[in-house]
Design a protein around this ligand. Structure first.
Ligand code: ADP
Length: 482
């Protein structure tokens, strides 16, 4: 595959491509075939330190670079990404598994973070006010927080990178990016694109490694990184928060979800089914916003479940590079086993399988779209992030009951509700403990919106007007006058 051959396979440090000091490499595999695509450098802690040193060395001059220059680099990178949509989409399909149509959609979504933050780079504002005593002038300005460590997951190889790199560049921060070891190629391709767009050496450094814990911990304890932006599991997020506490590093944490999706009796069922398909099946369910628990009013539950199962059963499972594939493989065999174990546990406790539920034969990490009804309350699927194409349907009688069930989780990232009653939509939205709510839609991700969670789904927001704030620090200068 030329797209794989053309991507650099080394670490990107100080504007140059380098092998890992140890000479070690890691294997990038295609989840549709189980076969290796290529090898890339596998960094050790020493490589991580060199990346941080490069970021630190570049910080002062990058912070002093005019906002318009930073803005135009991002804008050029946006244009290049869009021009290379086909190559980047294929690269993501190969290393991650999603069907090409979804990969193309991610290219558009991921690129948009660069365009959005290119527009924000020149709008970083401050203020000048008079203190209540009438004498002091309070001059407030904003400065980049400094060198940032960005850690990304494998499920959206491009967008999870651009969502963090975009605001960091716009704010004037330098970066060490550690992508997930399953999907390093898209990040390495992005480094090339940003270099072509004019990003100076050392502003972005990329460290690919299978030893995330070993490489990251010394960097957080080293005293030079001023900000950690992490997207991944709540379990790893807790470990990183503890490490950041020791050196008081600012954090943005986009962690796990357990999104409820509520279908009220007054919902338009066509809209609800369509929205559920998106909320459940986007990215094969491998999204932290994926609908994890589906609550349907008893009066429409049978019709909803039957229609959803028919739609799910009609999806074509297959290699994402093949035309017509709707559902690609899951990321790896571990991910597939986890989804299947949750299905088996639910069935053991009395759930009914309307479609799917069987492990397919043959190579690759495929799992069929699955619909379960009659989920017993003690089933593990209710409070475990499924990260697969499995829809678990339960029923409710009253609005209060639905809200209580939806909120009965330590997570609070996304929630979805379907109703034609505006009053109810707003009332329920306000009572749901969730950072993002989709009303009559299964898609909440939008570069112009503040993305993030409450409770153990995370801290901080990415995207929107506030996304850049996470990379800026206020500075207040007191000036007595007269
Ligand atoms: P997932 O289960 O989706 O892979 P993880 O939270 O394990 O989610 O991984 C998300 C990102 O965090 C990946 O880039 C991974 O390599 C990284 N990671 C995993 N464990 C650690 C750790 N102990 N310290 C730092 N980064 C880690």
């Amino acid at each position: 595959m030329t797209v794989v051959r053309d991507v650099p396979k080394q670490l990107f440090i100080g504007g140059g491509w380098q092998d890992a000091e140890s000479g070690r490499t890691l294997s990038v595999d295609n989840p549709a075939t189980g076969e290796a695509l290529c090898q890339v450098a596998d960094a050790s802690p020493a490589d991580g330190r060199r990346a941080v040193e490069a970021a630190v060395a570049a910080q002062a001059s990058w912070a002093a670079t005019p906002p318009r220059v930073r803005s135009e680099i991002l804008r050029r990178a946006y244009d290049i990404i869009i021009a290379r949509t086909e190559d980047l989409a294929l690269l993501m399909t190969l290393e991650m598994g999603k069907p090409l149509a979804e990969a193309r959609a991610e290219v558009a979504y991921g690129a948009e973070f660069f365009r959005w933050f290119s527009e924000e780079a020149v709008r970083i504002d401050g203020g000048l006010t008079t203190a209540p005593d009438g004498r002091n002038r309070l001059l407030v300005t904003r400065q980049p927080v400094g060198p940032c460590l960005l850690i990304t997951p494998w499920n959206f190889p491009l967008a999870m990178g651009t969502r963090k790199i975009g605001p960091a560049i716009a704010a004037g921060c330098t970066i060490v990016l550690k992508p997930a070891p399953q999907t390093p190629l898209t990040s390495l391709a992005l480094a090339e694109i940003l270099t072509e767009a004019g990003l100076p050496a050392g502003v972005l450094n990329i460290v690919t490694t299978t030893d995330a814990a070993g490489v990251v911990e010394p960097l957080l304890r080293g005293g030079q990184i001023r900000k950690l932006s992490f997207t991944g599991s709540t379990q790893v997020g807790r470990i990183l928060l503890a490490q950041c506490a020791d050196t008081v590093i600012r954090t943005s944490m986009e962690l796990g979800g357990n999104a409820p999706l509520i279908v009220f009796d007054d919902a338009d069922l066509d809209v609800a089914i369509e929205g559920t398909m998106v909320a459940k099946m986007r990215n094969m369910g491998e999204s932290c916003c994926a609908a994890n628990r589906i609550y349907v009013h008893t009066s429409v539950a049978d019709e909803f479940a039957t229609r959803l199962a028919a739609r799910m059963a009609a999806l074509k499972v297959g290699d994402g590079t093949e035309p017509g594939s709707d559902v690609g493989p899951l990321i790896d065999i571990v991910g597939r086993s986890k989804a299947h174990d949750l299905v088996r546990d639910a069935v053991k406790r009395g759930a009914t399988v309307l479609t799917g539920g069987e492990l397919p034969e043959g190579p690759g990490c495929f799992y069929p779209p699955t619909v379960l009804t009659g989920i017993a309350p003690e089933s593990a699927i209710i409070d475990t992030e499924i990260f697969g194409p499995v829809a678990a349907i339960r029923t409710f009688e009253t609005e209060d009951e639905a809200i209580a069930a939806a909120n009965d989780t330590e997570f609070g990232l996304a929630a979805y509700l379907f109703t034609q009653n505006l009053d109810r939509a707003l009332r329920v939205s306000e009572r749901l403990e969730s950072g993002m709510i989709g009303v009559n839609t299964g898609l909440v991700s939008n570069p112009a919106a503040p993305f993030g969670g409450v409770k153990q789904s995370g801290l901080g927001r990415e995207g929107g007007r506030v996304g850049i704030d996470e990379f800026l620090e206020y500075k207040y200068i007191a000036v007595p006058v007269g």
